[in-house]
Design a protein. Structure first.
Length: 471
């Protein structure tokens, strides 16, 4: 938009416009950090329009994507990494970075529609048995869905090229996986009327795919602070059924792989993004590395000092102390959100007489608190709606909330002691059964050890299942 300079008050107006622009950018960044699908969709549409893609078919494709994810339970309520928010974040960051790369000769204006569609559908898996992306299912959907096919034809988009780009988001890009996927990409290019007999275009689309694979891996980490980045890592770990012990170390390995093996494209993508997004990403990577360093220091200190852990039944007087409650609240907030039971009534639950609570302390039974477990009558908990526990209402079952341990201390023992102590407390109160959630593999291993434990309800893709113990 062009402005004509008139009047001596122009600098004040320009200043006001500049402030309004800054405020607008700030509000947009806040909405994006809060993972608002409406805000993300609007920003995606703005970028498409700004680059000349104004036709209604693009809006229809975007709306169709959002509706598909919502209808399959992969909307904002799905606590997994690969939900609609991830898909929209990747699309937004991909298109934003693409604007800067058009002048750098890596991308061309006609690549926009392909990046737009491939980013929107690159993780779409209608079955969703596990959270890890299955590019084959996403490609199959793109190639066979009749409604999407109508939209793509209206936009003059070759779906074989979309399939090639989606295949390139396969991770990790190494070894046999890479070799097999490269063959699939070649097959897609051979079916394309645009790239089949044009070697230059074939090589170009391979580079476009590389570009998308990098934006896919950094997108969410450019759109917020470390609190958001850590939540993303927790979502990924929770949905992939990782033990919390592995969250930070695998996050660091993930970034190191990106920086070492995709350095050229990583620099091209990051340099194309606004300064604040570049800062978010680099700060988040450094924060994960610092957290990993703390974990190593804690582990080394525990081994060097031969420090012991003590599971302690806390007295009601301790449970009333503000400092005690504050410590437990801080540790509780470090759990993935689905495991934060009674979050809004946390203080009340700590001090309630029917609450069973013990802590894990470092060095002695009066040492620093590094973890706790808490629970109470099953009837006082609101569990997932899919769970129908036959004992609900009989007042014979204690529910144990998932163990809460301070970051850096996962995997250092102590969890088993807290769980056994909780079982003893529940039994002493006259409960016949204990229920809780745990990783499927953990429950299975306890069954193999002939413990009196059984599955009540299993959940996919996260494999974080509801079980019952006979006390």
């Amino acid at each position: 938009m062009q402005f004509t300079k008139k009047g001596k008050n122009l600098p004040r107006c320009d200043g006001l416009k500049s402030e309004n622009l800054k405020l607008s950018v700030l509000i947009t960044n806040m909405l994006l950090q809060n993972q608002d699908p409406v805000a993300l969709s609007e920003e995606i549409q703005k970028i498409m329009v700004a680059n000349g893609f104004k036709r209604e078919c693009y809006s229809k494709i975007l709306d169709y994507t959002v509706n598909l994810f919502e209808s399959k339970g992969l909307g904002i309520d799905y606590y997994g990494y690969h939900n609609i928010i991830h898909e929209l974040e990747v699309t937004y960051v991909t298109l934003l970075a693409a604007q800067g790369q058009i002048t750098q000769s890596i991308l061309k204006p006609e690549d926009f529609p392909y990046l737009f569609v491939a980013a929107l559908f690159h993780d779409y898996d209608p079955q969703k048995k596990v959270d890890k992306p299955h590019e084959e299912d996403a490609v199959k959907f793109v190639m066979t869905d009749e409604k999407l096919d109508t939209f793509l034809k209206d936009a003059s988009i070759d779906k074989n090229l979309i399939a090639a780009l989606i295949h390139r988001t396969t991770y990790p890009w190494s070894g046999e996986i890479k070799d097999v996927t490269e063959k699939k990409i070649e097959d897609c290019l051979n079916l394309s009327g645009i790239a089949k007999d044009d070697q230059e275009k074939r090589e170009h689309f391979k580079k476009v795919g590389w570009f998308l694979s990098v934006t896919d891996r950094i997108a969410g980490y450019t759109l917020g602070d470390f609190a958001k980045a850590l939540e993303m890592a927790q979502k990924n770990a929770h949905a992939l059924a990782w033990h919390p012990y592995y969250i930070v170390r695998r996050s660091v390995a993930y970034f190191e792989d990106l920086l070492n093996n995709d350095a050229e494209m990583y620099r091209n993508v990051l340099q194309s993004l606004p300064k604040d997004m570049r800062k978010h990403f680099t700060d988040n990577v450094l924060s994960f590395m610092k957290l990993r360093e703390q974990e190593i220091q804690i582990e080394g200190s525990l081994v060097y000092d031969n420090t012991k852990f003590f599971a302690v039944i806390e007295s009601m007087s301790n449970r009333q102390e503000p400092e005690f409650i504050e410590t437990l609240t801080e540790i509780h907030k470090q759990l993935p959100k689905p495991l934060q039971f009674k979050k809004d009534q946390f203080i009340e639950s700590v001090t309630a007489k029917d609450t069973i609570l013990n802590t894990l302390r470092l060095g002695s039974d009066n040492g620093p608190i590094i973890g706790f477990t808490k629970g109470g009558p099953l009837e006082t908990y609101k569990l997932r709606h899919e769970i129908s526990d036959v004992n609900h209402g009989l007042k014979n079952t204690a529910f144990m909330e998932p163990l809460a341990i301070r970051m850096g201390y996962w995997g250092q023992s102590g969890g088993r002691e807290m769980r056994l102590l909780f079982n003893m407390q529940a039994q002493s109160k006259g409960y016949k059964f204990l229920t809780s959630f745990a990783l499927r593999d953990v429950i299975s291993s306890r069954i193999k050890r002939n413990e009196q434990i059984e599955f009540v309800r299993q959940f996919d893709p996260e494999r974080w299942d509801y079980y019952r113990v006979t006390l």
